[in-house]
Ligand binder design. Structure first.
Ligand SMILES: *Cc1c(COP(=O)(O)O)cnc(C)c1O
Length: 392
């Protein structure tokens, strides 16, 4: 009887049917094992090529014991937003360590990378300003652009010459200008031209913000990200990273000058109006940063194995696009093909998710393979052989 009150929501079922017909309906899977290279998903044990746990730290016992110890000492919940009473000494210590990793004066924790992006962009630009965003930037960057009410100019993926034109043409029309980009693109696995972007930002007196979500802990000699990998040390004003991927935790952060961080403390709404993460979460992230510093072979092995896999898959005739990282897309075009390929792999005991619009542009549906440091060479070989069988 109660369900009759849902009539005004009947349109939702119609829309879901449409998604079904287009091969675009997404369904939740449930994992019943720990997050690792082998997982149990919907009751089946599968080789896992569908996680962002790039360094294999999500289930590392050292993170678990850091959490347990911190909870024993400090309890669990933080009880308030950071500006009220939620900011604990473990958060402050983690912020210092993140600033050290990033080589900046300061850093600030956010509830998630998504919140960090949305809150930071909206705090940096507003009406009368302009924000320039790569067409393939992560949804959180685009949402931040829209929310800011600045003029949003989308430039073609990686096309810094076009961006140069756009910046030149819109010269003095705006009060402030901000360029935002992923450093490592989350679906294509390719790198942004950060050196060129830093030069443009300097020449056009614009701010440059880079999102290292997939690169934190993975790229660069010390694990700082793609900027370090490409030798771009100056000219990046705002660095965003996440604790949620390679660091195996949850949360996002922004690193930059002391004044930038002070401004965000005052003006980034997801920071101001969201409860601080448990202090124990900061303890886990500190343990993860220790591992990043002490075990560089994790990221080296990961990137070396990824390079080998990319070359092999390309040799087998797959379109891996411009991937230069641990994220290897097999671009198949139509959503139904991506779904089919994913299902056939699952029949062979391998999990790799189909990625469809709106996550990728129309016509670029792909299977997104992500490697982690937890993958043994035999596991990667099994993936390659299964893909070979499906190709022939
Ligand atoms: C995953 C991701 C985010 C969001 O980070 P979370 O910590 O998972 O919220 C932001 N930017 C990019 C490029 C991402 O891939």
């Amino acid at each position: 009887m109660e369900y009759t009150t849902n009539r005004p929501l009947a349109w939702i079922d119609a829309e879901l049917d449409t998604l079904d017909r287009q091969g675009l309906r997404r369904r939740l899977l449930t994992r019943s094992s720990v997050q690792a290279a082998r997982v149990t998903i919907d009751g089946r044990e599968l080789l896992n090529f569908g996680s962002n746990d790039y360094l294999g730290l999500a289930a590392d016992p050292r993170l678990g014991s850091a959490v347990a110890n911190a909870v024993a000492k400090e309890g669990w919940g933080s009880g308030a937003s950071p500006l009220i009473s939620g900011h604990a000494s473990l958060h402050a210590e983690l912020e210092r360590r993140l600033a050290e990793l990033e080589g900046t004066e300061a850093a600030l924790l956010f509830p998630s990378g998504f919140a960090a992006n949305v809150g930071t962009i909206a705090a940096l630009v507003g009406q009368g300003d302009a924000v320039f965003t790569d067409r393939k930037n992560h949804a959180s960057l685009l949402d931040g652009c829209r929310l800011s009410r600045a003029d949003v100019r989308v430039y073609p993926h990686g096309d810094w010459q076009r961006l140069d034109d756009l910046l030149a043409r819109t010269g003095h029309r705006h009060r402030r200008r901000l360029i935002v980009t992923d450093s490592l693109f989350s679906m294509d696995g390719d790198l942004a031209p950060l050196a060129e972007l830093a030069q443009l930002a300097a020449r056009h007196e614009a701010m440059l913000m880079i999102d290292e979500a997939h690169a934190t802990g993975v790229f660069g000699a010390s694990g700082r990200g793609v900027a370090e990998h490409l030798g771009v040390h100056d000219g990046v004003h705002v660095r965003v990273g996440t604790l949620s991927k390679a660091l195996g935790c949850i949360g996002g952060f922004v690193a930059g000058s002391r004044s930038l961080i002070e401004w965000l403390v005052n003006r980034a709404r997801p920071y101001v109006f969201s409860t601080a993460a448990p202090a124990a979460m900061a303890a886990a992230a500190l343990a993860a940063l220790d591992i990043v510093a002490r075990e560089p072979e994790r990221r080296r092995t990961l990137l070396a194995q990824a390079e080998t896999l990319r070359n092999e898959l390309a040799a087998d005739g797959w379109n891996v696009g411009r991937s230069a990282s641990q994220i290897v897309p097999l671009i198949v075009g139509e959503p139904v093909w991506a779904v089919e390929l994913s299902a056939r792999l699952r029949d062979r005991g391998i999990f790799a998710p189909a990625i469809r619009p709106p996550t990728v542009p129309d016509g670029e549906a792909c299977l997104r393979i992500s490697l982690t440091a937890g993958h043994a060479p035999e596991m990667i070989a099994a993936l390659r052989f299964a893909l070979r069988e499906l190709k022939s």
